[in-house]
Design a protein around this ligand. Structure first.
Ligand SMILES: Nc1nc2c(c(=O)[nH]1)N[C@H]1C(S)=C(S)[C@@H](COP(=O)(O)O)O[C@H]1N2
Ligand SMILES: [Mo]
Length: 439
């Protein structure tokens, strides 16, 4: 019961992506709901009888109200309650051959607001996670610059800094769903996605400092991991909003996110945000590295590959109710989810409960940041009948998130990257929510 917002009313998804929902547990929760009156149709709360109220008055207080609690510093670096143990990153079995070149997914179904707790930020490593000593780490800037530089972390942290909220989405997010439904929960369909407040130095500051050549058009970023991951970033982006970051949600980056230094390319597919950043080379042509010629290219219907598609276009997904959850009773439910666009701000999110025939505009949580996750919410009364839940994002360029039919007309069904189609969750009269595709 621990992982969900309304444990009594919506049962969390099974922990294992391939595991059948545990009917025993669900049965228990149904009974519990019935006993406490939670199954009352239409009731958003539980009406308590007089006897129940009396049983809840002092001296009838819970066990933990009668004793001393744990002392301070029970945990010098705080961790979540043990009752939240179900809220965790998960790996999709069989997705990759080794855990060193794999992905763990963010449990989007369990999160509130727009910030991903650092410990739940999805991980994507090409050659495992290096342990980088911040005292020995250096960032080199060279190539078409007047004054090549090598910075220590102390040097970098002396520059004027900025903090900004941005999402990171792997280009392969939702990539398993191109041809048909492949995975059961939002953690696996959309969980290569996270959003943090990042702190660091604008790349433009460092480029100015090195005196970049005005004829330069690209910057190569290289990571210090065994993969030596390299990606080309355009000079236009580099001078616009790219950051060299060391801070994540108020503290130093987590090792999984590139401690002690990473590139952060807002709005662009995750691979460009090179972790454990050690080298920046300024040049006048793209480098066509392995990760931008062999991988991270889009296979188009005609058989050609499209290269350098950087931007993560407008996209959204309902996180509650979502695949694998069970709605226990009719009546009021809040539909909520996340929307984002690599081009700017989310302007509007529409929600449909009938597979796209009728749409209502959702509330957006303020403030809406640019190139950041945006929380949307809509009131819904479930009448107990079948429903098809969808969300559709529009960004401030006017771009509207496509249906699967629209996306496939352009991209076919054999791609891996950049699937931003409208997601559908089917609600059965039993209350079970599952992943389906509506064209
Ligand atoms: N050096 C290095 N940088 C990297 C990677 C990597 O394996 N090595 N993976 C990339 C990919 S494919 C993605 S999607 C993002 C993921 O960032 P995260 O692990 O912080 O979620 O990091 C990118 N930066
Ligand atoms: Mo990625």
């Amino acid at each position: 019961m621990s992982s969900n917002r309304r444990p009594r009313r919506i049962v969390p998804a099974p922990e294992h992506p391939l595991a059948a929902p545990s009917s025993g547990r669900r049965g228990f929760l149904r009974r519990a709901a019935a006993l406490s009156g939670g199954a009352l149709a239409g009731g958003a709360g539980v009406a308590a009888a007089g006897a129940e109220l009396a049983r809840n008055l002092p001296p009838n207080v819970p066990e933990w109200s009668r004793t001393l609690g744990a002392p301070i510093l029970a945990s010098p670096y705080g961790v979540p309650s043990r009752f939240e143990a179900n809220v965790r990153r998960r790996e999709s079995p069989g997705l990759t051959r080794t855990p060193h070149s794999s992905v763990s997914f963010t449990p989007l179904q369990s999160l509130f607001g727009i910030v991903t707790p650092s410990g739940l930020h999805f991980e994507r490593h090409h050659a495992g996670m290096p342990e980088v000593d911040p005292h020995q780490h250096r960032l080199m800037i060279h190539g078409m610059v007047r004054a090549p530089r090598i910075y220590s972390m102390e040097d970098l942290m002396r520059f004027p800094s900025v903090s900004r909220v941005h999402f990171i989405e792997c280009g392969a997010n939702t990539g398993m769903e191109w041809a048909n439904v492949a995975v059961p929960t939002v953690q696996y369909t959309h969980g290569m996605l996270a959003c943090s407040e990042w702190t660091g130095v604008p790349l433009s500051t460092l480029l100015d400092e090195a005196g970049y050549d005005r004829k330069a058009r690209f910057v190569l970023a290289e990571g210090a991991d065994g993969a030596g991951l390299t990606r080309t970033v355009s000079m236009a982006m580099a001078l616009d909003d790219v950051l060299v970051v060391y801070g994540q949600n108020g503290e130093m980056l987590r090792p999984e996110q590139g401690y002690p230094l990473r590139l952060l390319v807002p709005g662009v597919q995750g691979v460009s945000s090179v972790k454990w950043l050690r080298r920046l080379e300024v040049g006048d042509q793209p480098w066509n590295t392995r990760e931008e010629s062999l991988h991270y290219v889009d296979l188009m219907p005609g058989g050609k590959h499209r290269q350098y598609t950087w931007i993560q276009e407008a996209k959204s997904v309902i996180t509650t109710p979502s695949g694998g959850q069970v709605i226990l009773d009719r009546g009021y439910h809040e539909i909520t989810g996340l929307a984002w666009s690599g081009r700017g701000k989310v302007k509007r999110v529409d929600v449909s409960t009938d597979g796209g025939r009728n749409w209502r505009t959702a509330r957006l949580q303020e403030p809406v940041h640019t190139k950041a996750l945006t929380r949307f919410r809509l009131d819904w009364t479930w009448d107990g009948g079948p429903a098809l839940l969808q969300s559709r994002c529009m960004d401030d360029t006017g771009y509207v998130q496509p249906t699967y039919r629209q996306l496939r007309a352009v991209r076919g069904t054999r791609s891996i990257y950049h699937n931003n189609a409208i997601q559908t969750w089917r609600v059965d009269p039993s209350g079970e929510v599952s992943n389906v595709q509506v064209l």
